[in-house]
Design a protein around this ligand. Structure first.
Ligand code: AMP
Ligand code: MG
Length: 268
């Protein structure tokens, strides 16, 4: 699973070749998939506790997707039951005047994980080569330099002990239509509907192209991208849980050594 959806460094990505409805690893078996996710979730709980107790490593997850792609759903489901102590979510909205007065990584670096922490980026510095590129918010000469800058920034984080995983939740335009329609039809989803999303939807091809550039240019050994088939929510959550658990297991973390002589202590 870890391999199947990972973008290799320098791999040229054409998103039309990646099936957003793919469920091959579980053969479309939703029930079995949900069971597997629940098991992984228990594993994640334990690994997060170990990470926190060890207090050495830092873990950064980046979530990017088109509107309705499921970023919020992933945060809710994959981290269900995980101790909120030690897990933080950082959401990146349209930059404030203060943020705009600084370089684009300023607001990002401030909220990267500290030792023992997992931080989830709900959108990220990649918006600065996505929405910014699609809407020409800065000249091409400025955004086109950012891919290399981002690679250098992430390399520095990795060299200083941060494990970085980046997930692109891949849905297609039909699936987005259904999900936007649900936001219109279901009263308790109305709050999620932003009419601005329709203008972004009209720019679908431009966004896909901008995502292809991101995936082709910024997947590195130290900060890989994964293209997650996300039309099926259960499969999306399963794949991400699995990659996350495998990666955390690979860190070979240890609980800190106990104090000397615990076995001789008597509590009266
Ligand atoms: P949401 O995630 O639905 O709450 O929307 C956040 C909005 O902020 C999205 O439309 C993003 O494209 C936008 N946004 C995030 N980062 C930036 C950025 N660096 N420049 C411009 N817009 C951004
Ligand atoms: Mg939105």
């Amino acid at each position: 699973m870890n391999e199947r959806y990972r973008v290799k460094p320098e791999q040229k990505i054409d998103l039309s070749e990646w099936d957003p409805s793919d469920t091959t690893a579980f053969d479309g078996d939703k029930e079995a998939g949900e069971e597997a996710t629940a098991k992984l979730n228990k594993g994640l709980e334990a690994l997060q506790e170990l990470l926190y107790a060890e207090g050495k490593r830092k873990v950064l997850l980046v979530l990017q997707a088109m509107d309705t792609g499921g970023k919020d759903g992933v945060i809710r489901h994959v981290f269900d039951g995980v101790n909120p102590q030690g897990v933080k979510v950082a959401s990146f909205k349209r930059p404030t005047p203060e943020e705009l007065a600084h370089d684009y990584l300023w607001r990002v670096h401030k909220v990267t994980p500290g030792s023992g922490e997992i931080v989830i980026f709900n959108r990220s510095h990649y918006e600065d080569v996505l929405v910014v590129r699609v809407h020409n918010l800065v000249p091409e000469g400025v955004w086109s330099r950012r891919y290399d800058q981002i690679n250098a920034f992430e390399k520095q984080l990795a060299e200083e002990g941060t494990t970085i995983l980046k997930f692109f939740l891949h849905i297609n335009k039909d699936e987005q239509k259904e999900r936007l329609q649900a936001r219109l039809d279901e009263p308790d989803k109305n709050w999620k509907f932003a009419s601005g999303d329709l203008a972004e939807r009209a720019l679908w091809p431009e966004y896909q192209k901008a995502y292809e550039a991101v995936l082709s240019r910024t997947s590195t050994a130290h900060a890989p991208w994964y293209i997650i088939p996300a039309n099926r929510k259960w499969y999306r959550d399963l794949v991400i849980s699995q990659i996350l658990v495998e990666t955390l297991e690979g860190l070979e973390m240890r609980f800190p050594p106990a104090e000397e002589g615990l076995d001789r202590i008597v509590i009266d």
